[in-house]
Ligand binder design. Structure first.
Ligand SMILES: NC(=O)c1ccc[n+]([C@@H]2O[C@H](COP(=O)([O-])OP(=O)(O)OC[C@H]3O[C@@H](n4cnc5c(N)ncnc54)[C@H](OP(=O)(O)O)[C@@H]3O)[C@@H](O)[C@H]2O)c1
Length: 270
């Protein structure tokens, strides 16, 4: 049992909600943030401190963090989990949608991190866990914006880890493969709203079929949740954890020569 002050973003669904439960079970104080507060009633009943949070808005982030600091004077861990996949062919996704993708997955994470860091530096301790993806290591057709947002998150986290290590703060990346959350439902909606040129129709279908297959019987969130929990409760965690067989395979594939990888991925998605 521990008594840490923990923040989890994207707590209305998937990894975020299950991570909240795990930390509550261990006796921590858990602040759960997301836009759809009505979807967090169950974790509120379990003891989570639920607050509306939109990580794309400075005001929302500042109110969220100020409330916690007023109530407890410290933050032990920030789990930057909120995110989604804006999939679609690079030619067809609007710049507005691409910017929105970065505003959540990259700048939203940065907004939360900037607000939390002064408090962790003061205490000379803390852990920041950034939920990335295997898509932050390896990209496929249809994945230009989601993947590049996660590649950016990986580089951001590597720089940050090296900047704040000396203040006693750990920065950890978690890189899951496909898992059973609300992710696929949101991703599919993103694809279906795009008006792709006919020339891409077969590739878009191939991608959606591959996604549907990957998400047909996906593993539960358990391994990701346990990895996040371990990262927060380990003195010296690893810089990154790949979670899931597909994530581990993806990590190996990412090291293949470009020409070989191109031909594998092009044939898979056409
Ligand atoms: N599941 C997978 O297969 C998989 C694989 C690799 C990586 N990931 C990553 O895992 C993380 C969590 O996703 P998930 O799989 O658990 O999907 P999910 O079930 O769809 O949950 C996503 C969460 O992000 C929140 N969110 C989205 N936009 C937000 C915003 N502007 N402000 C605050 N919260 C926001 C959503 O809450 P509201 O909509 O209520 O705000 C929701 O709680 C994401 O970063 C995703 O990229 C998922």
């Amino acid at each position: 049992m521990s008594n840490k002050i923990i923040i989890v973003t994207g707590a209305s669904s998937g990894f975020g909600k299950d991570t909240v439960k795990k930390f509550l079970n261990d006796g921590n104080v858990v602040y759960a943030g997301a836009r759809r507060v009505e979807r967090m009633k169950d974790i509120e009943k379990l003891g989570a401190k639920v607050m509306k949070l939109d990580i794309t808005e400075d005001e929302s982030v500042n109110v969220f963090i100020d409330t916690i600091v007023k109530e407890h004077g410290k933050i032990d861990a920030l789990i930057n989990n909120a995110g989604y996949g804006a999939y679609g062919m690079a030619e067809a996704v609007s710049i507005e949608d691409a910017q929105r993708q970065y505003d959540v997955n990259v700048f939203g994470t940065a907004r939360m991190t900037k607000a939390v860091l002064p408090h962790m530096r003061n205490k000379k301790s803390g852990t920041i866990v950034n939920v990335s993806s295997i898509a932050g290591k390896l990209t496929t057709p249809m994945c230009a914006w989601y993947s590049s947002s996660k590649f950016a998150l990986e580089a951001y986290s590597d720089a940050l880890r090296r900047e704040v290590k000396g203040f006693g703060i750990n920065v950890v990346l978690v890189e899951p493969g496909a898992m059973n959350t609300g992710f696929f439902e949101v991703a599919e909606k993103e694809v279906r709203k795009i008006d792709h040129p006919k020339a891409y129709a077969k590739s878009v279908d191939a991608f959606l079929n591959a996604m549907a297959k990957a998400y047909k019987n996906p593993p539960s969130t358990e391994k990701v949740v346990n990895t996040i929990f371990k990262a927060v409760n380990t003195q010296s965690p690893k810089a990154r954890y790949k979670v899931g067989t597909d994530a581990k395979m993806g990590g190996i594939m990412a090291r293949l020569p470009d020409k070989m990888l191109d031909s594998i991925l092009i044939s898979m998605y056409s």
